[in-house]
Write a protein that binds this ligand. Structure first.
Ligand SMILES: [Zn+2]
Length: 106
């Protein structure tokens, strides 16, 4: 899987490990369990988990905006199989720049 994680400058080693574990999620409809397991494993609550995840941006580097070539930015791992099924994708800034003339592939 070509998932690229970019960490903010204030992410430490354990933050990075947690983000990698989070994004290692494989789509099987058990996202909530995955989150619960991470919280248990790292002995943190949901709030802490999501504040750590905010230090990391995830991109699919095999899915690019057809217009500007920017890689697809993911917000939840469960989106991955859905995004991969699309034949084309335009990033939000290209869509708003075109005034909605560019549309997400069918
Ligand atoms: Zn674009």
């Amino acid at each position: 899987m070509s998932l690229k994680l970019i960490f903010s400058a204030n992410a430490d080693q354990s933050d990075i490990q947690l983000c990698e574990d989070y994004w290692a999620y494989v789509h099987d409809g058990r996202y909530i369990e995955h989150i619960e397991m991470l919280c248990k494993q790292y002995r943190i609550d949901y709030h802490t988990l999501f504040s750590v995840l905010a230090k990391c941006q995830a991109y699919l580097d095999d899915v690019h905006c057809e217009y500007c070539g920017r890689p697809y930015q993911l917000y939840v791992p469960a989106d991955i199989p859905y995004i991969r099924k699309q034949s084309s994708w335009f990033c939000e800034s290209c869509i708003s720049f075109s005034g909605g003339q560019l549309t997400v592939g069918r």
